[in-house]
Ligand binder design. Sequence first.
Ligand code: PAF
Length: 281
Amino acid sequence: MELIEKVAEMQRRVKTWREAGETVALVPTMGAFHDGHLSLMEQAKAHADRVVVSLFINPAQFGPQEDFDKYPRDFDRDRGLAEEMSIDVLFCPEIRDMYPLGFQTSVSVPILAKKLEGASRPGHFRGVCTVVLKLFNLCQPHVALFGWKDAQQFIILCHMVRDLNLQIRMVGIPTVREKDGLAMSSRNRRLTPEQREQAVCLSRALRRVHYLVKDQGIVHTGELLQAMRSIIRSADQAELDYAAIVSRSTLDPLDIVEKGNTLVALAVRFGEVRLIDNTRL
Ligand code: PAF
């Protein structure tokens, strides 16, 4: 595995691959690797000849009150794990190389970006779209892989790719979970032991919705939302930010579950840590 830190070097590397007729897969990350990231890396190998994993904690997607400074950083461990995954390049650009003095361009998908996460995190998806478009331009991937864990992010990025006619195949990879069901996230390590125990309420609430829809035939979202909220309420350290059942294409709330087009999404705070999770119906 090669470590590349300079954007110009990344561009040169991908140019040689493409000239040799090789295909490229990109896995964009912010590091603090867990099994979810490793699953993205593993699956990327099946999609292209070369795999680039970017590791860049993007300041532009954190609000002023958010956890940019506290976001977990463990470069040596990440580098070791990436090495074990036998990827081709770990691309770790520096902030000043990605956002040089005078940088002012941004990309947004404004309607989708206002929904769900966007209501609590204004500007977040503008930061995500801008950095991902830059990574796409720098790494020139044929295919890019993202986790369904950040469902809204994946939906918005697919929309950006479609709107801007980017010739990149977008692949969504299922959420990887801990044994008790908690979705893997770099933020989980910031939970206290008690919060960690209670955090399982997110996946329990989502599983309950699955059961109510698939086994009980309930399709009215009001009833499903009530069931989710009551499970979150049962965890005394959990503070519900939102529970939503929306269309996967528009992210607008649904009254009735639409088979194949429904996203059930949750955001819950445990103290300073905000967790999200979702399921598709
Ligand atoms: O999901 C993430 O880790 C980030 O939002 C991404 C896609 C790497 C952009 O910074």
